[in-house]
Design a protein around this ligand. Structure first.
Ligand SMILES: [Zn+2]
Length: 371
């Protein structure tokens, strides 16, 4: 991974580059960022940079023997530890390394559910076991093969059980020479205070909508409007945006469905409202929830618009059109009522109430309110 492949975050990259160039690099860094941020990508870029044989001012060379091995995640001095589940192959990361490499090569913007799904353990919990801790100690006792640094990258250290966390703490207290620990977390508040205090925190902010949209245009070949819609829905989470763009056209359809529903409510077209409730009833539960979430989000934006906070809205054109039109026919009280009803509906749907009845109820109320 090169720093240049990561969009934005120039300040964070400069901080890391200069730490290496000035020989100020802490022996343990904690890349602390929300899910779908560049925390893992930055750690991988740093791993490549520190061992690059031909460092440039702003990045690794990408061509030397070390870079080539690190880019494929096969460098013998790059050790990676991550949560595992399912355990058919073993209890440590090592057993899943081939899958893990493939997983990372596709994109470093990944989430734990992605990984568990890849392992075929969707509904299990991942964790970093005590066996893993022994493994870490053993690996670090080895001499570095070729690189200047032995690197121990730990993805989601918050999932270490207490035994493994304590073992890690011990090595962090007395770090082996020329060893660099890169901890990549989404929930630093779940780490032992003692681990926090022995690592230097690198705060990684979420991506902006603009950055997410740019990434989607460049890497997924999406057009401007679609990229912006996914960016808006993902709210800075690049992993989520990538998933949205790969999941057929579900999200683009959400707006079409929603707009159609609202128009039918506005016309008080009872026959079509019943048809729509039937159609909604036939959707998968996940799709139903997605549509309600989408509706809630748009109504919240409508609320902000009514309150004069238009500058807070980050809406693609179609959504903005809707907000402007409906702002004319709805009062604040009505919007509050609609958001309340949508939330109720989501609650009941979760508890297996009949989707058709929920939908029809809402439609009738909204028809009354929107007029
Ligand atoms: Zn290089």
């Amino acid at each position: 991974m090169l720093f240049n492949e990561i969009i934005g975050l120039d300040g964070t990259k400069q901080f890391l580059l200069q730490a290496v160039q000035r020989n100020h690099l802490a022996h343990a860094l904690l890349f602390d960022g929300p899910t779908g941020s560049a925390n893992l990508a930055l750690a991988l870029a740093l791993a490549q940079y520190v061992n690059c044989e031909d460092k440039q001012a702003d990045d690794a060379c990408g061509r030397c023997a070390s870079c080539i091995k690190i880019q494929k995640f096969v460098h013998p001095d790059l050790h990676m530890v991550f949560p595992v589940a399912n355990l058919a192959k073993g209890k440590t990361s090592e057993a899943y390394l081939t899958d893990w490499r493939k997983f990372l090569l596709a994109t470093p913007y990944r989430t734990l559910p992605n990984w568990l799904e890849t392992m075929g353990a969707d509904n299990k919990q991942g964790n970093i076991s005590a066996e893993e801790a022994r493994n870490i100690l053993q690996k670090l006792s080895l001499k570095s093969y070729e690189g200047a640094y032995k690197i121990m990258l730990i993805w989601l250290p918050e999932l270490m059980n207490i035994t493994s966390a304590n073992a890690l703490l011990k090595v962090l207290e007395e770090p082996p020479a020329q060893t660099l620990f890169l901890l990549v977390t989404n929930q630093s508040d779940k780490l032992l205070i003692t681990i926090l205090s022995r690592t230097q925190r690198v705060a990684v902010r979420a991506f902006t909508d603009e950055e997410v949209a740019t990434y989607l245009r460049q890497h997924q070949n999406l057009d401007e409007t679609t990229a912006r819609r996914f960016a808006y829905l993902a709210d800075g989470n690049l992993a989520e945006a990538l998933q949205l763009s790969q999941r057929d056209t579900a999200s683009t359809d959400q707006h079409i469905w929603f707009a159609d529903w609202m128009r039918t409510c506005y016309r008080q077209d009872l026959i079509n409202l019943v048809k729509q409730a039937d159609q909604f009833d036939g959707f998968s539960k996940e799709k139903q929830k997605g549509l309600l979430d989408y509706s809630i989000r748009l109504y919240r934006d409508l609320f902000l618009w009514q309150q004069g906070a238009a500058e807070l809205l980050r809406l693609p054109d179609d959504e903005l059109d809707f907000v402007k039109k409906f702002a004319k026919v709805l009062t604040i009280d009505h919007i509050e009522r609609i958001v309340h009803d949508l939330n109720e509906a989501a609650y009941h749907l979760e508890r297996n109430a009949r989707a058709k009845m929920i939908m029809l109820d809402m439609s009738l109320t909204f028809s009354r309110l929107i007029r």
